[in-house]
Design a binder for this molecule. Structure first.
Ligand code: KIV
Length: 266
């Protein structure tokens, strides 16, 4: 059992902005990864619906279901002792009226030991954000590029409509969101939004002036095959390491040099 008193809370997350302390957030979708991130002192762990692409191999975030999000969030919730754990509300759970949104988010909090949900949208989702917040469910909003909207947006593009972005961010804050992800927003606009809000902005492709930064952990570790966005800094090349280790094992098996005497029971 984790000790809840050691956990980073929603108010603590907000207080970090007031204290001028930058917030690091990474995604995780399973127990061992979540445990490693938590041990490293990451403040926020997001069970993102990016799982649909990164783990399940789909081409968008749309296919992942609520049951699948809960299944993975439960593993993450069980691993984490300190970080604030936030779970994405999958498409289309936030578009079916606020009763259904509360039912979906309520299941996430009841079944996973995670502390908050994230939903895509600002002004258009203000009612849902307010209803969830009133039900005691902390909400992180997500403004800018909203991957669940990929078909409507016509692709994954940088979002440049400053007035709309500011309106969305302020509407989310007024509705009760405790934090906002800003995705693929020019740095100067993200900086203006960040200084206009009392709640922390967590940027992904939104420049250095956000209150925190989030990345998909597979991108950070160099595990992603194919396209990697410009805003990603790969801090490791685990794909290279895995290829190397697996090829070495294959060769050792073929040559009969694995297992050795020391690796064998007598
Ligand atoms: O689903 C996700 O991983 C996200 C982050 C990239 C912010 O929404």
């Amino acid at each position: 059992m984790s000790n809840q008193s050691q956990r980073i809370t929603v108010p603590a997350f907000r207080a970090m902005k007031q204290a001028g302390r930058k917030i690091s957030v990474l995604t995780a979708y399973d127990f061992p990864t979540a445990r490693l991130l938590d041990e490293a002192g990451i403040e926020g762990i997001l069970v993102g619906d990016s799982m649909s692409m990164v783990v399940q191999g789909h081409s968008t975030t749309l296919p992942v279901t609520l049951d699948e999000m809960i299944y993975h969030a439960e593993m993450v919730g069980r691993a984490v002792q300190q970080a604030l754990v936030i779970v994405d509300m999958p498409f289309p759970t936030t578009h079916l009226g606020h009763h259904q949104a509360i039912a979906a988010a309520g299941r996430i909090l009841k079944e996973t030991r995670c502390q908050a949900v994230k939903l895509e949208g600002g002004a258009a989702q203000a009612e849902v954000i307010a209803a969830l917040t009133a039900a005691g469910i902390p909400v992180m909003a997500h403004v800018g590029l909203r991957p669940q909207n990929v078909h409507q947006m016509g692709g994954y593009r940088v979002q440049r409509d400053e007035q709309q972005l500011l309106t969305d961010a302020q509407a989310a804050e007024q509705a009760g969101a405790f934090s906002i992800v800003l995705e693929c927003v020019p740095a100067a606009i993200a900086a203006k939004i960040t200084s206009a809000l009392a709640i922390p902005t967590i940027g992904i492709g939104a420049g250095p002036d956000c209150d925190g930064q989030v990345l998909v952990v597979h991108d950070l570790l160099g595990l992603t095959s194919g396209y990697v966005p410009k805003f990603v800094r790969p801090y490791a090349d685990l794909k290279g390491l895995v290829h190397q280790a697996v090829s070495q094992f294959r060769d050792d098996v073929r040559q009969g040099t694995f297992p050795s005497v020391d690796e064998t029971f007598r």
